[in-house]
Design a protein around this ligand. Structure first.
Ligand code: URA
Length: 260
């Protein structure tokens, strides 16, 4: 079936139609090895070899990205030699070979992106792109304004200085306090080490969002596939700012993985 090239490109998730036209005009799109700069170009998506910046559009169309509400008590890998629960338990029915974008600790919960798109994963994890990770940490006691200011100023840890983009007291619990921290890097146990450094160890850790993709309205163990527009936003480095809400209470948390 012959269709306009820009329509095929936007359906494959490469770009919006208008952006696809810009890519064509800029000579970034080839059809069977030839630059397609005419906006009236028609193609047969099933037969023609269409490439954008050298990448096959057929491959791009097969890219999937999910946000998983990783529950606590589960390892961020696809198999565990010790037989513990892994994120694979919550990815049943996903046929693509997906992998997690970074890690959340075994006892941490919240937004974990999972994808088969290596290029996107690289962007999201690379310090150069500085993807925002928003955490809510329930810490022991009640940090003072001075202690929170110390966090904001940056803390020298054994693997170098770490400086959150934002730190804010969110809510006082009985003996603990919820603190919101926004980080732009993903070193191991970073939030726990930062809070420990000001004398308030983390007792519960929830990642509300990663690069603007949050788990608001989801329950632990649930996943949602991102729309093409959301993925394009991630590529463009303009994720929406997800609303930040405390996670569901612990007693509401245990939920069997969905069978799909
Ligand atoms: N910081 C931590 O301490 N643990 C995580 O899983 C993520 C960030």
């Amino acid at each position: 079936m012959q269709e306009r090239l820009q329509k095929v490109l936007s359906r494959a998730g490469v770009a919006s139609r208008r952006k696809a036209e810009e890519l064509m005009l800029a000579g970034k799109v080839t059809v069977n090895g030839k630059k397609a700069t005419e906006l009236g170009t028609k193609v047969d998506a099933a037969r023609d070899e269409i490439r954008v910046n050298g990448a096959l559009v057929a491959d791009i169309a097969e890219r999937v990205t999910f946000v998983l509400f990783k529950p606590a008590g589960c390892v961020t890998t696809l198999s565990d030699p010790e037989g513990r629960s892994t994120i694979a338990d919550y990815l049943k029915g996903v046929s693509e070979r997906v992998f997690p974008v970074g890690r959340l600790d075994y006892d941490a919960e919240g937004a974990l992106l999972v994808t088969n798109d290596g290029e996107l994963a690289n962007r999201l994890m690379h310090p150069k792109f500085g993807a925002r990770r928003t955490y809510l940490a329930k810490v022991k006691g009640e940090p003072t304004d001075g202690e929170l200011a110390k966090l904001r100023a940056g803390v020298r840890l054994d693997d170098g200085l770490a400086r959150p983009l934002e730190v804010e007291r969110m809510e006082k619990a009985e003996k603990n306090t919820w603190v919101r921290l926004v980080l732009s890097e993903g070193r191991p146990h970073l939030v726990k080490r930062l809070c420990e450094a000001i004398g308030h160890p983390v007792v519960r850790l929830f990642r509300a969002s990663y690069a603007g993709i949050g788990v608001e309205g989801m329950m632990p163990g649930e996943r949602r596939e991102l729309s093409r527009a959301e993925v394009r936003g991630l590529y463009a480095g303009r994720g929406p700012e997800a609303r930040v809400q405390l996670p569901p209470r612990r007693d509401a948390r245990r939920r069997a993985p969905r069978r799909r």
